[in-house]
Design a protein around this ligand. Structure first.
Ligand SMILES: Nc1ncnc2c1ncn2[C@@H]1O[C@H](COP(=O)(O)OP(=O)(O)OP(=O)(O)O)[C@@H](O)[C@H]1O
Ligand code: SF4
Ligand SMILES: [Mg+2]
Length: 391
């Protein structure tokens, strides 16, 4: 009966769930030691399901790690989808980096390429239609784009986990939440059933769900609790890098705050590095050390949180801040950014923001690509007027 339930899941979902879940026996303590043992003990065959059709694309290994202190270093990542004989240019040469224990916010409008970036880091983009055309993703000093799949199987789950955007689709409605976490725990550890159950219950308790509820099914949980279960599954592997894709967007404000507090607390306790994908600049202000403002698959502006919040330079970043309500200023109306993001199958020449930019001039649409300028240490802006008077 149990097997029947499992086969009812889509192979892709099943593969993704497995990839995001863990294999280290303890979380928080002796992580390095456990990871060494965990690698040796991992059952690669279980992790292998659903991966056969994925490969690194056409990247060539021409990139070098720039700073060994970076735990994550994404360089010039380019991803395309083929769709109806058109090419969707989803990610167009984005670069960013993250040190151990840091949190980086990837912020941008819908369709900016945020989820594609996260899936490219995990190397779980479906190929076809997705193709990584260029770039490098260094995690712990190794370029994942050059990694053979059998090595990726060990890295996914052990070192990188992802909280998927939609908790409803990340859970199997036909299995109890406990079984779903336990399945993963057992695949990646030589646990007895009792040990795996105990580990599962501890993970549930860690995210504030009583162990007695492990026998319940997803439909018996509220949206916020389902999101907690998904987080427990992602953290069951005690990952060093957590990719959290809009982990609170589907939740109401009170639950959002609780879930964010919990993620922050877990991150601090486990010294996890985190890429937090969000539309919400308030969440970024409270949670992130660094920020990357993404538009049309490019980093328009990036830097330390305070640089971006206190000294935004790019017209798009300024537009995002301008569209937020201000408590101390009730005289002005909100000024949303006019227009829509460009069609990714037909990106404009030069700056992709030009059609919406109040400062656009002819030169902005002439250059094949706009250079990135470091306006202060670690603060990069992709605009022709960056660093110039009245930028
Ligand atoms: N499987 C796919 N096939 C074709 N195009 C796709 C596919 N997945 C994503 N895209 C396109 O790639 C672009 C980037 O999508 P992505 O999901 O990465 O954006 P996002 O920033 O995560 O958006 P959102 O904030 O809505 O989640 C979009 O134009 C999207 O339509
Ligand atoms: S390059 Fe030109 S269009 Fe682009 S953001 Fe700068 S001023 Fe605006
Ligand atoms: Mg997304």
């Amino acid at each position: 009966m149990k097997d029947e339930k499992k086969t009812s899941r889509s192979p892709e979902l099943e593969g993704e769930e497995k990839r995001e879940h863990g294999k280290n026996r303890d979380h928080g303590h002796d992580r390095e030691k456990n990871r060494e043992h965990g690698r040796d003990k991992s059952r690669e065959h279980g992790w292998g399901r659903g991966f056969g059709r994925r490969h690194p694309g056409e990247v060539t290994g021409k990139y070098q790690l720039k700073d060994p202190k970076n735990f994550l270093e994404v360089q010039n990542l380019v991803v395309e989808y083929s769709s109806d004989k058109k090419i969707v240019q989803a990610v167009n040469g984005i670069s960013f980096s993250l040190k151990k224990g840091e949190t980086l916010g990837l912020v941008g409008e819908t369709g900016a390429g945020k989820t594609t970036i996260a899936k490219a880091i995990m190397r779980i983009l479906p190929d076809p239609p997705a193709k990584v055309k260029d770039g490098a993703v260094f995690v712990g000093g190794r370029d994942l784009m050059q990694m053979p799949e059998h090595k990726m199987l060990k890295i996914r789950g052990a070192e990188i986990a992802m909280i998927f955007q939609d908790p409803m689709t990340a859970l199997n409605p036909l299995m109890s939440v406990g079984d779903q976490i336990m399945e993963v725990v057992q695949i990646h550890n030589h646990y007895t059933r009792e040990e795996a159950l105990e580990h599962t219950c501890k993970m549930l308790e860690m995210v504030g769900i009583p162990r007695s509820r492990s026998v319940e099914y997803p439909h018996q949980f509220s949206g916020g609790m389902k999101q907690r279960v998904v987080i427990a599954m992602a953290l069951a592997c005690n990952p060093e890098l957590l990719l959290a894709d809009e982990p609170t967007t589907a939740l109401d404000v009170t639950i959002q705050a609780q879930v964010l507090d919990m993620i922050r607390d877990l991150r601090d306790r486990l010294n996890t590095s985190m890429v937090l994908i969000t539309h919400d600049l308030g969440v970024v202000a409270e949670t992130c050390d660094k920020v990357v403002i993404v538009y049309a698959g490019q980093a328009m502006e990036s830097g330390a949180r305070n640089d971006i919040f206190l000294n935004p330079q790019h017209p798009y970043t300024k537009g995002l801040f301008g569209s937020l309500p201000k408590m101390d200023d009730d005289s002005k109306r909100l000024s949303p950014i006019k227009g829509l993001p460009p069609d990714p199958t037909d990106l404009p020449r030069g700056c992709p923001f030009a059609p919406r930019c109040p400062k656009a001039c002819e030169a902005c649409s002439q250059d094949a690509s706009i250079p990135e300028v470091e306006v202060e240490p670690g603060h990069f802006v992709k605009c022709l007027f960056a660093g110039k008077e009245d930028a």
